[in-house]
Write a protein that binds this ligand. Structure first.
Ligand SMILES: NC(=O)c1ccc[n+]([C@@H]2O[C@H](COP(=O)([O-])OP(=O)(O)OC[C@H]3O[C@@H](n4cnc5c(N)ncnc54)[C@H](OP(=O)(O)O)[C@@H]3O)[C@@H](O)[C@H]2O)c1
Length: 355
């Protein structure tokens, strides 16, 4: 049986990769710092959790001393993280490093975390310019992409068979925060009125964790040094995402379009110009996605509804599911109700008019 080690194997991406590989007959070791954090279905399917800190001197030794056919690193954020991996890569058949579309810059050097939004002229290929490598705080708007570029280069320059996967906005079971919550919550609360900026036309490419897992398994069988974008085969707009969630719960929206500067109508996928990843390179390598956005997102929506029901039973607020800042920023019912009462600001439209 081939063996895979997943660093960060209990998170959004790691769970999806572990599920995919274990169901295809791999022996899977998931590495995370928290004991008991492996979901029950993965425990039952034989995935082993190894508790280790990837940044501690002995952490990678514990995880990788015996080698692996496939290493998937979901927690490689800096050149220092990448450097720690290098001594172990001789005993690894194929390595996958999780990177991000945040590395890409437009013609003016703007990236997705810039103060001014980027404007890409079309689907972004892997040859698109990136930020320069950097080593500041990887948890900052300027540092996230720059440190990822530095980590990518460290691994690729090693000459080992490393595949860098640049993901867009990842969705799936275990997402933190789960972006679809902005529509799930409204549907569960039976709130019909939905304010949207830019007529809901913003596109920020979605990446299903299960589609990413399919590509990770594919490259395991064809080791090489490469960079690949990973996103869903379609690129739904904000309005299409809202409709997918609404349809899943049998909920219809009463749409109100607001100006892009309005405090209302924010969603996590708002962009000034479309952000779409070109998927040709992965397709040429034989990548077969599990489905379009609407297909794999369903189970994650059901899980959110279930978490919400349990939170109510325990007397907890929505913050228990998604965190307070997420709830406050995107779900300000009081502000929306004030606008509705005043009859001002929003242009009402029918579903048909929005097509
Ligand atoms: N989520 C997105 O939309 C998105 C988009 C583009 C790219 N990415 C990239 O995708 C990767 C995975 O993201 P994700 O959303 O799956 O993350 P996540 O859900 O936050 O999961 C992180 C995982 O890593 C583990 N972990 C964190 N620090 C660790 C350490 N020092 N040693 C060992 N394990 C550690 C966590 O468990 P413990 O806390 O128990 O250790 C958890 O299993 C990241 O590299 C991110 O940059 C994410």
């Amino acid at each position: 049986m081939p063996k895979a080690v997943i660093l960060g194997g209990t998170g959004l991406v790691g769970r999806a990769v572990a599920r995919r590989l274990s169901s295809s007959g791999w022996t899977v070791v998931s590495v995370a710092r928290t004991a008991g954090s492996l979901p029950r279905d993965l425990v039952c399917s034989g995935v082993v959790l190894r508790v280790a800190d990837r940044t501690a001197p002995e952490g990678l030794e514990n995880a990788l001393a015996e080698g692996a056919d496939l290493l998937v690193d979901c927690v490689c954020y800096t050149a220092a993280d990448a450097n720690r991996l290098l001594p172990f890569l001789g005993d690894v058949g194929s390595t996958v490093m999780l990177s991000t579309k945040a590395v890409y810059v437009d013609e003016r050097g703007r990236h997705i975390n810039s103060p001014t939004s980027p404007r890409f002229t079309g689907p972004i290929t892997e040859q698109n310019p990136t930020m320069a490598p950097g080593n500041g705080d990887h948890d900052s708007p300027e540092g996230y992409g720059a440190n990822k570029v530095a980590a990518e280069r460290t691994l690729l320059d090693s000459g080992r068979p490393v595949t860098v996967l640049r993901a867009s906005k990842i969705h799936g079971e275990g997402a933190s925060p789960p972006r679809e919550w902005v529509f799930v919550k409204r549907a569960l609360d039976e709130r019909k009125t939905l304010f949207l900026r830019r007529r809901g036309a913003s596109v920020d490419h979605t990446t299903a964790a299960v589609n990413l897992a399919a590509l990770a398994e594919r490259v395991a069988w064809i080791p090489g040094r490469r960079i690949l974008n990973i996103a869903d085969p379609d690129s739904p707009s904000v309005l299409e995402i809202a409709r997918t969630v609404g349809a899943h719960f049998g909920h219809e929206w009463d749409l109100r379009f607001v100006d892009a500067t309005s405090p209302l109508g924010r969603t996590p996928w708002d962009t000034a110009a479309p952000i779409v990843l070109d998927m040709s390179a992965a397709s040429l390598l034989g990548h077969v996605p599990v489905g379009t956005y609407a297909e794999p997102v369903g189970p994650a929506l059901d899980r959110l509804a279930e978490q919400a029901r349990r939170a109510v039973e325990r007397g907890e607020g929505d913050e228990a599911i998604v965190g307070a800042s997420f709830t406050g920023r995107f779900l300000d019912y009081a502000a929306e109700d004030a606008v509705l009462r005043s009859g001002a600001e929003a242009a009402q439209c029918s579903e048909a008019a929005a097509l």
